[in-house]
Write a protein that binds this ligand. Structure first.
Ligand code: SAM
Length: 413
C-alpha cells in the first residue's frame, strides 16, 4: 500500500525491486524474496499474498473465514487480528462482521482472538504500527485489496511504516532549521532508494544492493530503524546537506556518508545531528562533513552516488508574481546547473544521482520547472526512465506548498 504520493512510492519500489506492477492506483505488486517496509519511505504497509479471487466483499469474506478458521484452527496462544479492506463498496460494519464470524469459528476450536475494531474500512498506519501488526506470528493484519476490474488480493501484513521512529528522527534531532526547509525523513529514504537501484549503477555489485535481510537496529527508546546490508564501501555524497536529513537516512540504511554545504552553520548542524544519530542508534559509520560551494568544490573520492535536495530558492506562501518567479527560477537554475557541471566532471560514468530541484505550483495546479530539466543530456546526464511512473510525476509537495520538489533520477554519462 503506497503513501500519499503513490507515484513516488511506486518509483522507489521499481528502483529497489525491478519487478513491480500497479494493482490499484495506490497499491503495487512486488516480486521479492524479502521485504522490509522500514527501508522504504513511500510504502505504508506491505503483505505477503495468500489468496486471489474475483468478486465483491461477500466473496472475499467467505474466503477469509474459510481459509483462516482452517489455518489458525490449532493456533497456540492469543491472536490479534486487524482487517483492512481497500477498494470495496461496503459498509465498515460488514468488514467488522467478517472478523466477528471468524472469531466465533476460532472460539469453537478453542482459539482466542482479539479483533481490532474498524473505525474505517482500512486501519490507518498508526493503528497497524501501534498494535505491531505483521511483526509477530500472533499479530496479524489482513490487507484485502480490490481493483477496478473486480480482482481481489488477500495478503498478510509484514509490517507498517514505523511512524514513531520516523517522528523521533525528524523531531528529536538536536538541530533543526525551518528556514532551509528540512526534508521529511521518509522522502530522504525514498531519494536514497531512487538513486541506488537494484538494476542500476555499474559501481555496485549485486551483493551490495538492497534489499537485505540484516537485522534492524533499535534505539534505547525501542524505536526500530532500518539497518540493512553492508553498504559500508558505498559512499553517498550530499553536496547541499543542510541539517543532514539525507546523511542521516543514508547512514541508517547502512551507507557511508559525505556531506558538504556552503554555510558553516549548516555544516555544524549536520555534524551535531550525525553525532546524535550515532549515539542514539549506535550507528558506527564514519562520515565526513565539510564546508564547500557546490558550484566549485573539488570533493574527495570515492563518490559512489549523489543524493541531495539542492537550492530551492525562497519559500512562498502564495504563487509569486511572474517577475519574481522569473528571478527565482533563474537563480536556482544557475546554481543547480553550475553544480551539475562541476560535479559531473568528478563522477565516474554510470554514477547514480537523485537530485531534488524546485518546481513552482501555480493556482491552476500546473508547474513551472527549471530550464535545466530540458538540458540534462547537454550537462552530461541520462535521465532514468521508469516503466510504471512518468518522470513528470516525480514531484513531492503538500497541498499548501507553492515550491514543490522535483526529483531527478540521473546517471552520469
Ligand atoms: C533546501 S536546503 C537542504 C536541506 C537539507 N536537505 C536538510 O535536510 O536540512 C539547501 C541547502 O543548500 C545550501 N546551499 C545553497 N547554495 C549552496 C551552494 N552553492 N553550495 C552548497 N550549498 C549550498 C544551503 O545552505 C542549504 O543548507
Amino acid at each position: 500500500m503506497l503513501g500519499r504520493q503513490p507515484a513516488l512510492g511506486m518509483a522507489e519500489l521499481e528502483r529497489t525491486f525491478g519487478d513491480v506492477t500497479w494493482f490499484t492506483d495506490s497499491a503495487a505488486c512486488v516480486m521479492a524474496d524479502s521485504f522490509d517496509v522500514t527501508r522504504l519511505g513511500g510504502t505504508l504497509k506491505a503483505g505477503v499474498v495468500t489468496g486471489e479471487l474475483s468478486g465483491d466483499w461477500r466473496r472475499a469474506s467467505e474466503h477469509i473465514v474459510k481459509y483462516y478458521s482452517n489455518k489458525w484452527g490449532n493456533f497456540e496462544g492469543k491472536l490479534t487480528l486487524g482487517i483492512s479492506a481497500y477498494g470495496f463498496k461496503v459498509q465498515t460494519r460488514d468488514i467488522q462482521k467478517t472478523g466477528v464470524i471468524l472469531k466465533q469459528r476460532l472460539r469453537a476450536k478453542k482459539v482466542s482472538m482479539r479483533l481490532i475494531p474498524n473505525v474505517d474500512a482500512a486501519h490507518n498506519t498508526a493503528t497497524s504500527h501501534h498494535n505491531k501488526l505483521g511483526l509477530a506470528p500472533n499479530k496479524v493484519e489482513l490487507l484485502i485489496v480490490r481493483n477496478k476490474s473486480g480482482k481481489v488480493i488477500i495478503a498478510e501484513s509484514v509490517g507498517a511504516q514505523n511512524i514513531t521512529a520516523l517522528a523521533a528522527r525528524d523531531q528529536g534531532r538536536p538541530k533543526r532549521d525551518a528556514f532551509v526547509g528540512m526534508l521529511p525523513p521518509k522522502l530522504a529514504q525514498t531519494m536514497v532508494n531512487l538513486a541506488l537501484s537494484a538494476s542500476g549503477s555499474r559501481n555496485l555489485s549485486p551483493a551490495e544492493l538492497p534489499p537485505s535481510t540484516a537485522p534492524a537496529v533499535t534505539s534505547e527508546a525501542g524505536e526500530t530503524v532500518p539497518k540493512t546490508g553492508n553498504h559500508s564501501d558505498i559512499t553517498i555524497l550530499d553536496p547541499f546537506c543542510g541539517t543532514g536529513v539525507i546523511l542521516q537516512e543514508a547512514a541508517l540504511l547502512g551507507y557511508n556518508v559525505y556531506g558538504t554545504d556552503l554555510a558553516d552553520k549548516m555544516v555544524d548542524y549536520s555534524k551535531v545531528n550525525m553525532d546524535w544519530l550515532s549515539t542514539k542508534y549506535n550507528t558506527s559509520r564514519t562520515y565526513k562533513i565539510e564546508v564547500g560551494d557546490a558550484m566549485d568544490t573539488k570533493w574527495q573520492q570515492p563518490i559512489d552516488a549523489v543524493v541531495c535536495e539542492g537550492y530551492l530558492g525562497q519559500p512562498f506562501s502564495a504563487p509569486p508574481s511572474p517577475a519574481k518567479l522569473t528571478e527565482v527560477r533563474g537563480n536556482c537554475d544557475h546554481i543547480m546547473g553550475k553544480f551539475l557541471t562541476n560535479i559531473g566532471a568528478q563522477l565516474k560514468s554510470g554514477t547514480p544521482l537523485c537530485v531534488a530541484i524546485p518546481a513552482w505550483r501555480s493556482t491552476d495546479g500546473s508547474f513551472t520547472h527549471l530550464p535545466l530539466v530540458d538540458n540534462l543530456a547537454k550537462l552530461g546526464y541520462k535521465q532514468i526512465e521508469l516503466k510504471n511512473v512518468r518522470t513528470a510525476e516525480l514531484l513531492y509537495y503538500r497541498e499548501d506548498q507553492v515550491v514543490a520538489r522535483e526529483l531527478l533520477i540521473l546517471e552520469k554519462i
